[in-house]
Design a protein around this ligand. Structure first.
Ligand SMILES: *[C@@H]1O[C@H](CO)[C@@H](O)[C@H](O)[C@H]1NC(C)=O
Ligand SMILES: *[C@@H]1O[C@H](CO)[C@@H](O)[C@H](O)[C@H]1NC(C)=O
Length: 343
């Protein structure tokens, strides 16, 4: 009797072990299959992730490029950053049509609901195959940048795996001119990286809130590596910044054949670095160097307003140098703490 019970429990543990083993293999096997076939059918995906695939199919440009952004409820509610982003597409030069290729990732149900009231392409990360942790119902006053950065890696990886080139834009960016002229599809990544020095605390590399990522096997492998750095260097916040990664690990990027094109920082500009002739050169402006969302919305609205005035003057042949910048008003460098810098 006792022997039988013992045998039963050994048998049960074996079965349990076997089930765990099968699950483990199922979870890890697809990536090794993928490696084998990727060269033939580049990044073709056979999973059940139909919803994402359908949305990308509808939103894509003919050359398989989509524009992606991410918002949570602090960025997507009436009178929020998402409104200014969408408004900028309407007021920009050559940007009106581009909004039809914008896919908005919404991090919580409230943001999804608001997004759907404005825009046809809104998705929640839960539809991605490896579900991501997303925020619950808590009322947020600032976006959770760590969660954003982490989720963003997964999303970028998944979308290029499906074979779509990505123009990623932070939501606090204004699209004043179509940025395409700066995007050279020969390179895997096109980005602008600027340095912000913060007194004694040192200096930080930051991007202009927009970058282009080509969907190919090189990008895919490099981003897989980048995702791993989170596990390899869990306490290094630099690993969340794309600019820091490509600078500090340039040898690794090179070994993957990952080519980076740096765009002049006057083209993908922001509040961190202002100059009075900004409108002349700029394609996009990010409300970086600004901690507080209310201030961002306030100042971005003034920028948009001035941009519309600038375009009227320019088309009327009026002197442009008389136009002083009326911004930023609330987003001042002195009020800014760099731990909130956008990645
Ligand atoms: C960036 O663009 C600005 C404005 O066109 C120009 O003055 C500057 O020289 C450029 N910088 C570089 C490094 O090319
Ligand atoms: C800086 O922050 C303070 C307190 O939040 C605010 O009252 C002030 O208006 C800000 N500075 C500017 C120039 O907006």
């Amino acid at each position: 009797m006792r022997g039988l019970r013992l045998r039963n429990s050994v048998y049960l543990s074996l079965v349990a072990f076997f089930i765990v083993l099968v699950c483990f293999l199922l979870y890890h096997y697809p990536s090794s299959i993928e490696r084998g076939v990727r060269k033939v059918v580049l990044l073709k995906h056979t999973s059940t992730n139909q919803e994402l695939d359908n949305m990308l199919k509808r939103a894509t440009m003919p050359d398989r490029t989509v524009i992606l952004t991410m918002v949570d409820e602090s960025l997507a509610s009436p009178g929020s950053i998402l409104d200014t982003l969408l408004q900028s597409f309407k007021s920009g030069e050559g940007t009106q049509g581009l909004v039809n290729h914008l896919v908005i990732i919404t991090m919580d149900p409230q943001a999804l609901k608001y997004c759907r009231s404005l825009h046809p392409y809104c998705i929640h990360p839960s539809i991605f195959p490896h579900h991501f942790a997303t925020k619950g119902q808590s009322i947020m006053t600032t976006p959770d940048l760590k969660l954003f950065a982490w989720t963003r890696k997964d999303i970028l990886l998944e979308v290029i795996r499906l074979g779509y080139n990505i123009i990623f834009t932070d939501a606090d960016v204004l699209w004043l001119r179509s940025p395409f002229i700066n995007l050279n599809p020969i390179n895997e990544l096109t980005i602008s990286c600027n340095v912000l020095s913060d007194g004694q605390k040192g200096s930080y590399l930051y991007d202009g809130g927009i970058f282009f990522l080509k969907a190919n096997a090189i990008s895919f492998e490099f981003f897989k590596y980048w995702k791993l750095t989170k596990i390899l260097f869990p306490n290094d916040p630099a690993e969340e910044s794309l600019c820091t990664t490509i600078k500090e690990r340039q040898d690794i990027a090179d070994s993957y054949g990952f080519r980076v094109q740096l765009v002049n920082t006057s083209y993908f500009g922001g509040f961190c670095e202002l100059n009075k002739d900004m409108f002349r050169d700029v394609y996009t402006i990010q409300a970086n160097c600004c901690d507080d969302l209310k201030s961002k919305v306030h100042d971005l609205r003034i920028v948009l307003h001035d941009w519309i005035r600038f375009r009227k003057r320019a088309s009327g042949g009026n002197a442009l140098d008389k136009m002083a910048l009326r911004w930023p008003q609330k987003c001042t460098r002195s009020n800014f703490t760099s731990n909130h810098i956008h990645y």
